[in-house]
Structure formats: C-alpha cells, structure tokens
Design a protein around this ligand. Structure first.
Ligand SMILES: C[S@@+](CC[C@H](N)C(=O)[O-])C[C@H]1O[C@@H](n2cnc3c(N)ncnc32)[C@H](O)[C@@H]1O
Length: 333
C-alpha cells in the first residue's frame, strides 16, 4: 500500500459516521483569491506544490488544472475535509499525495512523499465554511451545537474544556490576545459565573449579555471575537504558524512561490513578520547586496480580494494575500 493510500484509509476509518451520509455536496467552500493564487502558481518552476490547508481542495484543484507539470502534496488536520478533497482531486489522483497532519509537521509529509524542494506553497489559514456551518462542529455562534471547535481529532482540548477549566486570568488573556476583545475581563467573569457551559448558543448569549448595550450594536455579532479566540486556543493556531511558515520557506526551490492567506490580525502579524524577516537585507553595509538576497517579498504586501469577489463571496472580506519568492540561495536538504 502506498503512503498516500494508507493516509486515505486512515481518514475513512476515523471520520464520524454522519459524514458518510453528508457527502461532498454538503462541503461547500468557495476558495478565496483563487485567480490570484493560480496566477502565482503559473510563475513557479515545475515540481511539487505544497498545500498546507487543503480544505475542500478548491485552490489545490485549480492549481493542478492550470499546471500539469506540478505534483501536489497536501495536508489538513480535518479528516472530513481530506475525504472530500480526495474525491474532488480524483481526476489528478496520479500526482496527489494527501496527509492528515497538522501543518507544523510538513517535513513528515514531504519526507514520506520523497520530496526535497518545492515549487510553491499555500497556507489558507483558519476554518473552512463547512467547519463553520455544520453546527455539530461547535464553531458557530449562530447555530446551536456542542462546544467543540476542534478542526481535527489531534486537538487535545475542546472549546468546552477551555471555557469550563480556565481561570479568569487565562480566559481574559485568550479573549484579549486572540480576539482583540476589549471587554475580555467582563466576558471572562460572566463565563465563570455561568459555568458549566456546554453549548454554543449558551456561550453566545453569555457574551452578548456581558458586553455594554451600546457596544453590542457595533462591529458585527458581539460573540464573534470570543468564538474566534477560543477556536484559536483550542487548535493552537498561532503558536505553530511561524515555525511552519519558516519550514515551508526553507524548502522553496529557486523561483519558488510561497503564499499565505490570512483572515485576522493575529495570523496576519505573524505572516507579515516572517516574510519581512526572510526578505530583509542581512548583508553588512558596503558588501554586495543583490548576490546575497535569498528571498523577495511580493508587492504590494497584503493584497485584498477584488470588489467583484467580495460581492460573490462576502466571507473573503478580511482576507490578505502575502507572499515571497526565492531568488537565490541553497535549499536546506
Ligand atoms: C480556509 S480552509 C482551506 C480551504 C481550501 N484552501 C479550499 O480551497 O478549499 C482551512 C483548512 O485548513 C485546515 N487547517 C487549519 N489549520 C490547520 C493546521 N494547523 N494544520 C492542518 N490543517 C489546518 C482546516 O481544517 C481547513 O480545512
């Protein structure tokens, strides 16, 4: 059995029962800035395209459709996404290798696929629409479900564990750091007073009531920032991003394109900082600069979706696309 088939059968065994009935029609995710990403992929050398957040394979399939000289190595921590993506990528099955892994384990996936350097990579961060829309996944403040929020079975704690077991200081820090929530202290106090909390609807109500009435009417749903913060904590989203982005960048071939789509300030700050670091001129003053520069950043930094795309897909509104290209240098083995 090939490694690829071994991974596929593992996902089939571990996926929840109801997903078999749901089928791929229920997995509806519109890939963000897909034309821009395919345009970047067209500029990459031939070789391996690494998709670290495969989801429903919208981007991955578009890249493979556009380039028949690229193979795909792809990761996702969500077995349901991998199953659907496997079906959608069936026309390209002979050049696809799928791995149910967290993206900070990208070296394992590449090594298993026998890949050293890559032609390009994409991180499309955060959750997919089906993860948000299926109430039983517990991500939604609009649809009632169990407080879960795990993107995949590798996550150690559920949202219920975070909400019910953290002390006031820990909760306030999570809400403030990962949600930019200015009422973090008040919300943490309200959560602690109402525990145990088991469902998303109950948590959403607690947050709404903890926020001053005037603030409830501004900036979207009042529970949005709290849910985002708890989701980031449950899935350890930010701590693994910097090392994973660095590791993927190390693997880029000369001419290779590295791309990151971010959706909120926490992940965007990290992507921006890594790209700045990797593209900074580190040569002492007075020495030749051009010969030593390994990467260039894409300009303009932080491209946004077009108005036409936002009209078609409002969920893309907070997206920023950042990227870098290896222009020279030795690739780490
Ligand atoms: C925004 S969706 C990707 C959608 C995809 N680009 C498409 O076109 O369908 C993000 C996906 O990344 C996965 N994901 C998020 N963080 C991850 C991580 N640290 N490791 C592996 N997969 C992750 C999620 O499970 C989700 O399926």
């Amino acid at each position: 059995m090939t490694h690829e088939r071994a991974i596929r059968s593992e996902t089939a065994t571990n996926a929840p029962e109801e997903d078999a009935d749901r089928g791929q029609s229920a997995f509806d995710h519109t890939p963000v800035m897909c034309d821009e990403i395919v345009d970047e992929a067209r500029l990459a050398p031939a070789g391996v395209w690494l998709d670290l957040t495969l989801g429903g394979a919208g981007h991955a399939k578009a890249v493979l459709d556009a380039r028949d000289d690229l193979r795909l190595v792809a990761l996702d921590r969500d077995p349901v996404a991998l199953r659907v993506a496997g079906e959608r990528l069936r026309p390209h099955a002979d050049r696809v290798s799928l791995h149910r892994l967290r993206f900070d384990r990208l070296d394992e996936a590449l090594d298993a696929a026998g890949v050293d350097v890559i032609a390009g990579f994409l991180f499309d961060l955060g959750v997919s629409s089906p993860q948000l829309d299926h109430a039983e996944r517990g991500f939604s403040f609009r649809n009632d479900g169990p407080l879960d929020m795990r993107m995949g079975p590798d996550a150690v704690r559920t949202a219920a564990d975070v909400v019910n077991d953290s002390n006031h200081g820990e909760l306030a820090r999570i809400l403030s750091r990962y949600g930019d929530e200015r009422f973090a202290g008040r919300i943490a106090s309200a959560i602690i007073a109402a525990r145990p909390i088991e469902t998303t609807a109950v948590l959403a109500d607690i947050v709404v009531n903890a926020i001053p009435a005037a603030a409830r009417r501004t900036g979207g749903h009042p529970a949005k920032r709290t849910f985002q913060a708890i989701r980031i904590e449950v899935n350890d989203e930010l701590t693994i991003l910097e090392p994973a982005l660095d590791a993927a960048t190390d693997r880029l071939d000369v001419g290779g394109r590295g791309l990151v789509l971010t959706y909120h300030s926490g992940e965007d700050r990290i992507a921006k900082a890594v790209i700045r670091d990797r593209t900074a001129d580190t040569v002492p003053v007075g020495l030749a600069v051009a010969a030593s520069q390994e990467f260039t950043a894409h300009r303009p930094l932080g491209r946004r979706p077009s108005d036409a795309e936002l009209e078609r897909n409002p969920r893309a509104r907070s997206a920023r696309l950042r990227g870098l290209t290896r222009v020279a240098g030795r690739v780490a083995a």
